[in-house]
Design a protein around this ligand. Structure first.
Ligand code: NGQ
Ligand code: ZN
Length: 455
């Protein structure tokens, strides 16, 4: 039977007791009933929360995690890291993208992400030619998602230029090249894969890599309900380039030129002035915050406190995958603000006192919106994506439900995610992913091949 009885479950309105959760064969929740009687023969759990949405990923970068932490020739920066990343991207094959993706997605699931948005920009072969199938690489990511059982939003990337003002791509960016028609042809090729566990949107890479006219053309051609994501204002150098080219800061420039609404996710949006912050918060778009990668790359801190005070929406992503855990993103997000302001409990207010609860619920709301899929809540009609926490762990043993998220987000480093249901399938049980061995074997082989190429 597709059902679970939770002694405590986190619903949109907060923690509820004795919740019967049911889902259908397609993986959609059909009933979420608090104060229910436990039916005979239905599996039981102590603490259940909705699975988290990871709204920003470049899956292939998982294989590079931890390998760029050495001092180079000049001062190391985002831009020197990017050179290393390009060198890595230059060699990778479709098979390797699939193997790395499946490994990453299985890790994300084990740590509590049940949905992920893939900002996908390696489309061409190493010589810059399209593969015989225009969506070859994107289809590999989709296959990896299916092997691991994670829900995906695939975002084929519009990537035409190397900098503001339509500067030509550099040779090392040749694998990324797309124009609007190419992106639309990839979107079209992915159409048959759309379903409960997969949606397709699109993503202009950045204002550096896509022109305003192109963004308009893409918006016009993509079906209305599909999500659009863009990298923006991650680095000060990008802000300066935007000022030099357009006389405006990137977020300002984007808002002046493009109608930004709830369809959009602005990834990073780190460097905002007050006007930009107000416009973004009012627009209904989601700020896609990736705290572990933003820290790793030395981006800066998003002005979260002011953004929340203006009613802004946000979600989390693991981007370069130096972390695969939503706990680390949420903890970094809150701690960055505490260090910056020398205060405590930033994501909260007198009417919303539970910081960990606010972090989890807000990230679910923004993540679901950015994913363009019915995820992010235990409610009929949403996807059956949930986490059963390890109630026997000392951090959770016997705690009140209202303390569960505080323990989960702010205490310790053990993974407290025990079982994971994604799209109505148990993909993690007892902390183990169902296909861990096969996925791990292919991943190790891919890594070994890549090491040989680079050696
Ligand atoms: C990316 N990553 O596309 O992988 C980017 C770096 C760029 C982040 N922004 C490349 N974290 O922005 O040009
Ligand atoms: Zn990114």
């Amino acid at each position: 039977m597709n059902a679970l009885f939770a002694r405590h479950a986190l619903l949109p309105e907060g923690w509820q007791g004795d919740v019967l959760v049911e889902w259908d064969a397609r993986g959609t929740l059909t009933r979420v009933q608090p104060q229910a009687r436990p039916p005979i023969g239905v599996a039981r759990a102590e603490y259940v929360v909705p699975g988290m949405v990871n709204l920003h990923s470049h899956a292939f970068q998982r294989a590079l995690g931890g390998l760029t932490e050495r001092v180079g020739e000049g001062p190391d920066s985002f831009w020197t890291w990017r050179d290393l990343m390009y060198r890595f991207a230059a060699q990778i094959t479709p098979e390797q993208v699939e193997a790395i993706g499946a490994q990453l997605f299985s890790e994300c699931l084990r740590h509590g992400y049940t949905a992920l948005c893939e900002f996908h920009y390696i489309q061409r072969d190493p010589r810059g030619h399209m593969y015989a199938r225009p969506a070859e690489m994107a289809e590999r990511v989709a296959a990896a998602g299916q092997q691991a059982g994670i829900g995906l939003t695939l975002l084929p990337v519009l990537y035409s230029y190397s900098g503001f003002g339509a500067q030509p791509l550099k040779p090392e960016q040749a694998r990324f090249y797309t124009d609007v028609d190419t992106v639309l042809s990839i979107v079209e090729a992915l159409e048959p894969l759309r379903g409960g566990q997969l949606e397709v949107g699109a993503a202009p890479h950045s204002l550096r890599a896509a022109g305003i006219d192109q963004i308009h053309a893409l918006m016009g051609a993509l079906p209305q309900a599909r999500p659009l994501h863009i990298h923006i204002a991650e680095q000060q150098a990008e802000v300066q380039q935007s000022l030099d080219f357009s006389g405006r800061r990137p977020v300002d420039y984007l808002f002046d030129a493009v109608e930004i609404d709830a369809r959009w996710c602005l990834v990073h949006a780190t460097h905002l002035n007050d006007k930009e912050l107000g416009n973004l918060a009012r627009s209904g778009a989601v700020a896609g915050l990736c705290p572990s990668t933003e820290a790793n790359l030395g981006d800066g801190l998003f002005p979260l406190g002011d953004y929340l005070a203006n009613g802004g929406r946000w979600g989390i992503g693991s981007d370069s995958h130096v972390s695969q855990s939503p706990i680390e993103e949420l903890r970094w997000l809150e701690y960055g603000q505490r260090l910056l302001h020398q205060r405590r409990n930033i994501v909260g207010a007198p009417a919303r006192r539970d910081v960990a609860l606010n972090l989890w619920q807000d990230a679910l709301g923004g993540g679901a919106q950015a994913a363009g899929r019915p995820v992010g809540a235990l409610a009929a009609g949403r996807r059956a994506d949930l986490l059963v926490l390890d109630a026997t762990h000392p951090n959770l043993d016997g705690v009140r439900d209202t303390d569960v998220l505080g323990r989960l987000v702010f205490c310790g480093n053990d993974n407290l995610v025990r079982d994971v249901l994604a799209g109505g399938r148990w993909v993690v049980q007892g902390g183990r992913h169902m296909a861990q061995e096969a996925i791990g074997r292919r991943y190790r082989q891919a890594i070994q091949e890549l090491r040989e190429v680079s050696a």
